[in-house]
Design a protein around this ligand. Structure first.
Ligand SMILES: [Zn+2]
Length: 460
């Protein structure tokens, strides 16, 4: 069975690092132009995956299958995808699956297109300071919902892969940075395998000539460009992506596919090639016009990050923190008891008087009715800041910390940390969007909760 692509969304973090800033900090002349996307200090592959899925229609949250692809898993024993499923308010009656490594993005797409369900690709990609992997890398996520439906975005015409035993890039557990084989070896082996898979998918589709759009996800920019020139006739999507986002590891193939779909019209064909670790190709036939306004390069500029902040956010630069008491370690029993509130931001609504309580309460604080409440999720409700404060005392990797009081349309008020913002940007009355983020980490184990951020595009 091959399912249809019903919906897609990409997530790009708010921050970006200029490659010139890396060169200036390290005294290097040849770092390249443009910027790389940078996940915030409180983001990781789990939170970015949540960000991508929340941009899909609600049906994606009722998925029976959730494939989560990353090369930088937050947890090794715990299933990362299960946290993603909980934070998007997804059903527990689902199989949630982690897929690992640079080729896992393509693998997740192939699996979801075969079984139906959601593939979410999310990654942080960097390398040793001064490396090409650092300056050419990027962070981001993308989500794809496959299934049966009359309102599909695209049909998967053919899909093909090759499993390669080549040691092209590798890390063993505990290593922070990847080892990379000699470029010519990678180009030779991957180039030949790409020729094979492309011939197979275009042959299976009976495609006469090159597809309208070709995107190539490969860590090496030059190799990606060479393959793109050989098998494509429009490289605008790929060039823009490398200049303004960077290679996003396992998520790269998803970000590129989403950008190509945004720029396509009904009837177009898109060839998606992944050449990282293993090699794969997928041919899509677009069924409805894309949304160029969503396309990368449509005017959005990221929040600039300094190179020292980038290193500190990723944990490569261990700065002295303020002298404050340690945060409490994650407490599994409390997490489990409060999971609907903690993960899905679900409060309670009193059926007797309609009051909304955040966090949920058994007894209504207004009419005092007991156990007459129903769940009331607010993560997707429009919200506004009622008050805000700047906190220069609490330790933060992006000081000063900010917090506010948020009111939701339909009722409910909560206090929340604010993120992706700086003093002076927000004021009371401004709309905010709730986002699932890290709060702090204890010995590397992160805790998560919901924060407010400025509504993308303003709206004041
Ligand atoms: Zn009540």
């Amino acid at each position: 069975m091959t399912a249809r692509l019903l919906a897609y969304a990409s997530y790009r973090p708010a921050h970006e690092l200029s490659r010139a800033a890396i060169g200036a900090a390290l005294g290097m002349a040849q770092v390249g132009a443009g910027v790389r996307a940078v996940a915030g200090f409180d983001e990781d592959p789990i939170t970015m995956a949540v960000g991508a899925i929340r941009r899909l229609p609600p049906a994606a949250r009722r998925t029976d299958w959730l494939y989560f692809a990353t090369s930088s898993p937050v947890f090794l024993d715990k299933t990362n995808a299960a946290f993603v499923q909980a934070a998007v308010g997804g059903s527990q009656e689902a199989l949630t699956l982690d897929v690992c490594g640079l080729s896992s993005g393509f693998a997740a797409l192939a699996c979801a297109s075969a079984t139906g369900g959601t593939a979410v690709l999310s990654d942080l990609h960097t390398g040793r300071p001064g490396s090409t992997a650092e300056s050419e890398g990027g962070d981001g996520a993308a989500a794809f919902l496959f299934g049966d439906g009359d309102t599909a975005v695209a049909d998967v015409v053919a899909i093909c892969s090759r499993s390669l035993d080549l040691m092209d890039r590798w890390r063993v557990p505990g290593q922070r940075f990847a080892h990379v084989a000699e470029e010519r070896l990678i180009a030779s082996v991957h180039g030949a395998a790409v020729d094979d898979v492309v011939a197979e998918v275009t042959g299976a589709a009976g495609l006469d000539g090159l597809p309208v759009r070709t995107v190539v996800a490969a860590p090496d920019r030059r190799l990606a460009a060479t393959i793109s020139a050989r098998w494509g006739r429009d490289s605008a999507v790929q060039t823009w992506h490398r200049d303004h986002v960077g290679y996003c590891g396992a998520a790269d193939v998803g970000q590129l596919t989403a950008s190509a779909l945004d720029r396509s019209a009904a009837g177009d064909t898109i060839l998606v090639i992944s050449a990282a670790s293993s090699v794969g190709a997928m041919l899509l036939r677009v069924l409805r016009d894309g949304h160029p306004a969503n396309a990368e390069g449509s005017g959005r500029r990221g929040r600039p990050v300094s190179y020292p902040d980038f290193l500190a956010w990723r944990g490569w630069l261990d700065r002295e923190p303020p002298r404050r008491p340690d945060h409490a370690a994650p407490f599994p029993a409390a997490f489990h008891r409060n999971r609907d509130w903690k993960f899905a931001l679900t409060g309670s609504r009193c059926q007797a008087c309609g009051a909304v309580w955040l966090p949920p309460q058994r007894m209504c604080g207004s009419c005092h009715a007991l156990d007459s409440v129903v769940p009331h999720p607010v993560a997707d409700c429009p919200a506004r800041l009622v008050a805000l404060t700047t906190d220069g005392i609490t330790g933060s990797l992006a000081p000063p910390a900010m917090a506010g009081v948020v009111d939701f349309d339909g009722g409910g008020r909560m206090s929340a940390s604010l993120t992706d913002t700086s003093p002076g940007e927000l004021e009371p009355g401004d709309p905010v969007q709730m986002v699932f983020r890290r709060t702090w980490a204890d010995h590397g184990a992160p805790d998560y909760f919901w924060k407010g951020r400025p509504l993308p595009g303003g709206g004041r």
